[in-house]
Design a protein. Structure first.
Lengths: 304, 389
């Protein structure tokens, strides 16, 4: 077995998941300075949308029964819908609130979503067998990797390129960039605030759904708490990447994934249980050296 | 609803103090939140035993009644739920399955000199070592499960090489691996590698890479984890083409998660009683059916059973002591040496309020179907210094 390509693919695929989740958070932060801590719960919500609502121990497929070509767009829509709904019912009423107040309400929203899932689906984790054949390993340049890893890496690249095109080439993209730069000025110049914000939430929700699909295919389980860990990493990625910077969030997502895989691979056994402690120490070091993150967007810097 | 419930519980509690005729069992357990899934079946089993005792004329000539308070799967709420039960006149406390969530309530009981029983804690701290002299657990120590897997795999499956995959998220997992690490080399096996992961890890690709880079696939992989992380790990291990026999602790018992790893085979789970109606002891199967009749569904994992065992043992000790006084009942419980129960003999001592050896049913999953293939008891109890490691 060839160690270097293996490590590369392991790192890229984990990084890809983190990058996509980080992108979902950075998008919303970009347009309304909101760190949406409910993002992890969007992911869990999308996973549970695959199965029939019931507190029974054995899960029965619901949306999950559909063929991939139907399932993927439907789930992306479900993700977009839950994100847009949370904007409409919660964050829209907080436009003039401070970022801290919005952040707290996003925590509260996450709590509400999580407890709703607990109520409807029960607290026991459930098994979902979605596309198990994607986990079969294939050989590429001496590395044996599950097909899913390649799909994750490709999907992340496609999403990033598509998003870049959307932001650079379309009107809504232009408006989003303008809003991210200076929201008040953008509105004065005729940018449709509600359209931009709703658009950002819809995209963010769809990204959460994509992460949900990857997670569930990889792990085969649905758990109400499954979004928490990934949300934390994604949030850290957006901070390291420079809050509000989309390329920064993606790059930092990949970086954290790679660092995590390298630490897991090379730390001595005694230190391996503390992998995340080492990972977060690296995060602190990065932030000490670059307090504004690796890629600072102009909007976060005060102008004199 | 909650308030209504609390008020009702309160009134019931006041009623209890007024009527000294009854013996009151206080349940400080999770009725909501994620721990509820683990507490509820054992609580249901405990109530079946309570009803049986009442139907047979009660305990010390008195009827058993129960009151309950919700810990909401929260450690701080667990303490107040425990205090609430004590205030409402509970004569003994039954607390959450897990040590971390049950201990605050158990400490409230200990403070009043009452007996407390963890529904199914398998960490040595859930007893004398962590709570105090009147606290017990009804389940079998995690280290015994790991040791059972180690010795069974060598004796019955001729395993020579083992790999240890430890999920470092909770103490229970470390307990299983501790027992395995103690027994496997002792019984003649060689541990060829080990690795760690976290239950919530999105991927264990690097851990799998490490197993695949071994010169030879290990005969057995000791997976010390719980659902959902264990299910996710098994799915990824099998998908990667690793076919070693996978050994586990009791925490992965139940067939509800098997969809996560389609057509799973060569997968072994040690349990204190089978939930599939094929236990080698007829009394266990009878209780399984009684559970299904009482709750409408069979137990979803073996963790329902300790609820039944704990009431059974406590009631015997109360009968012998002639009182519900904590210290007197503890003394009687500590005299139990291979006390027969439907689930095999149970022992307690003034050193250990847990089982450091036990007859375990071996469940094997073949082609996605679980079934008992025999029972096994380790050749010597796990010593205290290993348990305290």
């Amino acid at each position: 077995m060839n160690a270097i390509p293996q490590l590369f693919f392991d790192a890229m695929s984990l990084g890809g998941i983190y990058a996509m989740a980080a992108l979902g958070i950075a998008l919303i932060f970009g347009v309304m300075k909101l760190v949406n801590f409910a993002h992890g719960e969007y992911i869990a919500f999308c996973v549970f949308a695959l199965i029939v609502p019931s507190t029974d121990a054995v899960a029965v497929m619901f949306i999950g029964k559909a063929p991939a070509i139907v399932l993927i767009p439907i789930l992306l829509l479900v993700g977009a819908a839950v994100a847009v709904a949370s904007e409409f019912f919660v964050f829209r009423h907080m436009r003039r609130a401070t970022p801290v107040a919005m952040m707290i309400s996003s925590f509260a929203l996450g709590f509400v979503i999580q407890n709703t899932l607990l109520l409807v689906y029960g607290s026991r984790p459930k098994a979902i067998s979605l596309w198990p054949e994607l986990n079969k390993p294939v050989s590429i340049i001496g590395a044996s990797i599950p097909l899913l890893q390649i799909i994750v890496i490709l999907t992340t690249l496609i999403v990033v390129v598509a998003l870049a095109l959307l932001l650079k080439k379309t009107r809504i993209g232009l408006e989003m960039r303008a809003a991210a730069e200076n929201f008040t000025m953008a509105r004065l110049l005729g940018v449709r605030a509600n359209v931009v914000i709703t658009g950002a939430f819809a995209l963010s929700g769809a990204l959460a759904a994509a992460v949900a699909l990857i997670m569930v295919t990889q792990t085969g389980v649905a758990d109400v708490r499954m979004g928490g860990q990934i949300m934390l990493v994604a949030f850290i990625a957006t901070v390291i990447g420079g809050l509000g910077s989309l390329p920064g969030a993606v790059a930092a997502g990949f970086l954290i994934g790679a660092a995590s895989v390298i630490l897991q691979g090379f730390l001595p056994l005694e230190a391996r249980p503390f992998r995340d402690a080492f990972l977060y120490t690296l995060v602190i070091v990065v932030l000490l050296l670059r307090p504004d993150g690796l890629f600072t967007s102009n909007s976060t810097k005060p102008r004199v | 609803m909650k308030h209504l419930f609390t008020t009702t519980a309160l009134i019931m509690g006041l009623g209890t103090t007024a009527m000294a005729e009854d013996i009151t069992i206080g349940f400080a357990i999770a009725k909501s939140g994620w721990v509820e899934a683990y507490d509820a079946p054992a609580v249901a089993a405990a109530r079946i035993r309570i009803d049986e005792i009442n139907a047979n004329g009660g305990l010390l000539g008195k009827q058993l009644k129960w009151i309950e308070a919700d810990t909401k799967s929260d450690q701080a709420q667990s303490a107040s739920a425990g205090l609430q039960m004590v205030d409402e006149g509970a004569d003994m406390l039954i607390v959450s399955c897990d040590y971390d969530f049950g201990a605050p309530a158990a400490l409230a009981a200990e403070g009043e000199g009452l007996n407390s029983f963890f529904l199914c804690a398998e960490d040595i701290k859930a007893g004398i070592q962590g709570v105090g002299p009147n606290s017990f657990s009804a389940s079998i120590l995690a280290a015994v499960q790991g040791a059972t897997m180690a010795e069974w795999s060598i004796k019955e499956r001729d395993a020579k090489t083992g790999y240890v995959l430890l999920d470092t998220t909770i103490e229970y997992n470390k307990g299983i691996c501790t027992g395995y690490d103690w027994m496997f080399p002792k019984a003649g096996g060689e541990i060829v590698g080990r690795d760690t992961f976290l239950n919530g890890d999105a991927s264990i690709a690097s851990q799998i890479t490490r197993i695949k880079s071994l010169a030879e696939e290990p005969d057995v992989i000791m997976l010390c984890s719980y659902i959902p992380g264990a299910a996710s790990a098994v799915r990824q291990i099998r998908a990667a083409g690793i076919n070693s026999t996978i050994l586990n602790g009791s925490a992965v018992d139940g067939s509800y998660w098997l969809d996560a790893a389609p057509d799973l085979s060569n997968f072994i789970v040690p349990v204190q009683g089978s939930i599939y109606g094929d236990d080698t002891r007829p009394a266990v199967n009878e209780f399984r059916d009684a559970f299904e009749a009482a709750t409408g569904a069979g137990p979803s994992s073996t963790y329902a059973y300790p609820g039944y065992i704990l009431i059974d043992l406590w009631a015997k000790a109360v009968e012998r002591a002639g009182t519900v006084d904590g210290a007197a009942v503890t003394a009687e419980l500590e005299k139990m040496d291979n006390e027969p129960t439907a689930f095999g003999p149970r022992s307690f001592s003034d050193q250990l309020h847990h089982q450091n050896t036990a007859e375990m049913q071996i469940v094997e999953i073949t082609g996605g179907k679980p079934g008992v293939i025999g029972s096994f008891t380790i050749s010597e109890p796990v010593p205290l210094d290993v348990l305290l490691k």
